[in-house]
Design a protein. Structure first.
Length: 291
């Protein structure tokens, strides 16, 4: 019998920021799914169902700036059916409903901490926590989420002058989370890691997929990663022909697919739905190999 997708909402507070982090956990279950509306989307989920399996890997997905965790709903559901626990935090101050911290030092500091808090919350959850393997944790990040994944995996970012309160470039104070054993970078934004040795301490395997026609994170962002990681054998990088920056997001419902909503759009001729069947398989295969 194929596995279904269980879902739990988790109460999580970032005391340092003084903000609530909306967090959902997806996971494998044998319970019957029902159609559940979450935001503008319909999900097939078994809410608060028992978890199927033990020693499960945990994948945390970090969304881009001004975005939402739900734009990776299909990847999250696919991973859950493949026996992963998936954590979907929404970064306070840098999401679709509240983007007040965009382009600030505070946001650069907050985002990696949100990932660590999310991992803590997943392991502490009364239903899901005991089913997660303690040494099988990965972070998947798109765009600004790519920055977040690199920072929490040991990167040492530098804020630009316009992001700093005193108008001077400065080191961003972030803490590495040693539990993170692998990262997946999807069209990552990486300009905060241009300083010498900014990525030199990262020793986790990296799956990186970038878009040929990306106007927001063009090729030099990937070059920062490939040139900054000490052991290039750690990196599996491929440029996706014809893809755009938003091609890594789940396919949007027809009523949300329109030219005035850029996240729903792809370069002419690109088939997002077909691409995601390939991408989801590549991510699962990579994570199974390295975790």
């Amino acid at each position: 019998m194929p596995l279904g997708v269980g879902c739990r909402n988790v109460d999580l507070i970032d005391a340092h920021q003084g903000a609530r982090i909306p967090l959902r956990l997806f996971y494998p279950t044998r319970e019957t799914e029902k159609s559940v509306p979450i935001g503008p989307y319909l999900f097939d989920l078994a809410v608060d169902a028992p978890v199927a399996g033990d020693g499960l890997p945990l994948a945390v997905i970090s969304h881009g700036r001004g975005s939402s965790a739900l734009v990776f709903r299909d990847l999250a559901a696919h991973l859950a059916r493949e026996r992963f626990v998936v954590a979907l935090p929404e970064h306070p101050g840098n999401n679709r409903d509240d983007n007040s911290l965009v382009d600030t030092l505070a946001n650069l500091e907050n985002r990696p901490r949100h990932i660590t808090l999310t991992i803590d919350a997943a392991f502490a959850d009364a239903v899901v926590g005991r089913h997660i393997a303690p040494r099988r944790v990965a972070v998947i990040g798109h765009s600004m989420g790519g920055y977040t994944a690199l920072a929490v995996a040991g990167g040492r970012p530098t804020a630009f002058a316009h992001e700093s309160p005193d108008g001077k470039a400065c080191a961003v104070q972030v803490e590495r989370d040693a539990r993170v054993r692998a990262i997946v970078l999807l069209a990552p934004a990486t300009v905060w890691f241009k300083e010498r040795d900014a990525l030199g301490e990262i020793d986790s395997p990296i799956l990186m997929r970038t878009a040929e026609k990306d106007q927001f994170a063009p090729g030099f962002h990937a070059d920062i990663v490939t040139g900054g990681i000490g052991d290039t054998d750690l990196i599996d990088h491929r440029v996706v022909p014809g893809a755009g920056h938003f091609s890594f997001l789940s396919v949007f419902p027809p009523e949300m697919t329109r030219p005035d909503f850029p996240p729903s759009q792809d370069p002419a001729g690109f088939d997002r739905s077909a691409f995601h069947k390939i991408l989801n398989g590549e991510i699962v295969a990579f994570l199974r190999r390295v975790l």
